[in-house]
Design a protein around this ligand. Structure first.
Ligand code: PFF
Length: 461
């Protein structure tokens, strides 16, 4: 079963693919709007601290587990612990992969559909400030539009994963990531050269600490997980195709650097534009779909920039969705002995079916509520707010207390000998963060997600 496992063709290929997984809708859709809602600069500083103190240590742990075992998440935990409980923690990641992709592809489908709208010049028909939001609501209210682009996006994801690790995911990332960087830089320059751009920069870089409370700290930490693709074995799976000669800490650092850089550049591109035309930075999840089209129509060259923006968004979503599908595929190939192509077709189909109620949550199923949430929001909540932090918590506990640092460090040293010999303090920090900070802080995020913490905070305020 193990003889012909795939692997990355090069270190750069791995870094670009893993950065591709991390950089996605989370950076370009979610980060700007949560930063906008939580006060801009001060929130960004808290977010950066969360990334460094929790995100990086957990990312190193995930990649290391994958590289050491060369297995899918279930096989990896089983191999290191020989325990059914820990294997089921890997299983939780597989379930997370199914769930996240099923709703992620719905939003990605909107991005794809918006490329077509941008090409048609639809935004230029808007006459009133509310037209853009109404237009968006009409589109997502249309079953065929919503389902059609969702299925199309799933199909493109499946084709890339079908082609394999090197020929599909690695090659796709090597082509798409440079395009993504290039487009984003163009959009940032466009934003910065608009009149009034400095107000957007002020919003991003001038901290207003009065806006930061326990709630926004927890949101920042939760987002650190989502944006780095942590907590469900995506990075573990990518790490499992990695060579032992490649340094895990260095790779993790590069992935974190790229992910953060892109989030910040996306923030600059979006807020300079939003402020330049005097729109509300706290518009919420609709920020890029409602607000940006009205920004584009007021901006010189807006037609071209609107197309570039939605192409960029679709590419970012695609390099993440392939990692989600790959997690699920790797389990069925490694553990169930399925043939890869069959796994891709069957699983993409299952996820497409699972995603239908999410896609219909904006039209025919709009009134169908589970715990007060529509189906889409419910799946998003369970996966992003419960499964990911829980996965992250268990992964840090696993490395720190079950697998044990001694064994983990022997494996971590491979490929990172220079770092171990020259800067041993880095490793000490990793241990401290993983053993204490990560579990405690993630536990708080989890409580917050379940709403318990909110009640406690309200009791004291
Ligand atoms: N990191 C991706 C983003 O920021 O859009 C989302 C994601 C991908 C989360 C893969 C989890 C995952 F396993």
């Amino acid at each position: 079963m193990e003889n012909k496992r795939e692997s990355w063709g090069s270190k750069t290929g791995f870094i670009l693919a893993a950065a591709g997984s991390a950089i996605g809708l989370g950076n370009i859709w979610k980060f700007p709007y949560i930063a906008g809602e939580n006060g801009g600069a001060s929130f960004i500083i808290v977010y950066l601290i969360c990334i460094a103190v929790i995100g990086l240590p957990v990312l190193i742990a995930e990649i290391l587990i994958g590289r050491t075992t060369q297995r899918d998440p279930v096989g990896a935990f089983r191999k290191l612990s020989n325990s059914k409980f820990w294997a089921s923690v890997g299983g939780m990641g597989i379930v997370g992969g199914f769930l996240i992709l099923s709703f992620y592809a719905v939003i990605a489908g909107w991005a794809l559909g918006y490329i077509v709208e941008a090409l048609k010049g639809s935004f230029f028909n808007f006459t009133e400030p509310t037209s853009s939001a109404n237009y968006f609501n009409d589109l997502v209210g249309n079953i065929f539009w919503n389902l059609g682009y969702f299925i199309l996006f799933m199909l493109i994801t499946a084709v890339i994963v079908w082609a394999g690790i090197r020929k599909g995911i690695e090659r796709g990332s090597k082509i798409m990531m440079p395009i993504l960087f290039f487009l984003l830089i163009i959009l940032m320059i466009r934003g910065l050269t608009l009149e009034g751009a400095e107000n957007g920069m002020k919003f991003l870089w001038d901290p207003d600490w009065s806006k930061i409370g326990p709630q926004s700290v927890l949101i920042a930490l939760g987002h650190a997980f989502f944006t780095l693709s942590l907590g469900m074995g995506a990075m573990l799976t990518y790490g499992s195709y990695m060579s032992k000669k490649t340094s895990v800490p260095n790779s993790a650092l590069q992935i974190v650097f790229l992910d953060t850089l892109i989030a910040l550049i996306a923030g600059i591109a979006i807020f300079t534009s939003v402020f330049a035309v005097g729109l509300d930075p706290a518009a919420g999840p609709g920020l890029i779909f409602h607000t940006l089209p009205s920004v584009f129509i007021k901006m010189p060259g807006g037609y071209i920039f609107s197309i570039l923006f939605f192409v960029l968004l679709t590419i970012a979503a695609l390099t993440s969705s392939i990692s989600l599908l790959q997690v699920v595929v790797s389990y069925f190939v490694d553990e169930r002995g399925w043939q890869r192509h069959r796994a891709v077709i069957v699983l993409a189909l299952v996820i497409s079916i699972l995603g239908i109620p999410s896609a219909l949550s904006f039209n025919v199923l709009a009134d169908f509520k589970i715990f007060g949430l529509n189906f889409f929001a419910f799946v998003d909540f369970i996966a992003s707010n419960i499964l990911l932090p829980l996965g992250g918590l268990l992964i840090s506990i696993f490395v720190a207390w079950v697998w044990g640092f001694d064994k983990a460090l022997v494996n971590l040293r491979e490929g990172a000998e220079k770092l171990f010999d020259n800067n041993p303090w880095v490793i000490k920090f990793w241990k401290i963060f993983l053993r204490f900070f990560a579990p405690v802080l993630i536990f708080l995020v989890l409580l917050h997600s379940i709403g318990i913490l909110d009640k406690i905070i309200n009791m004291f305020s």
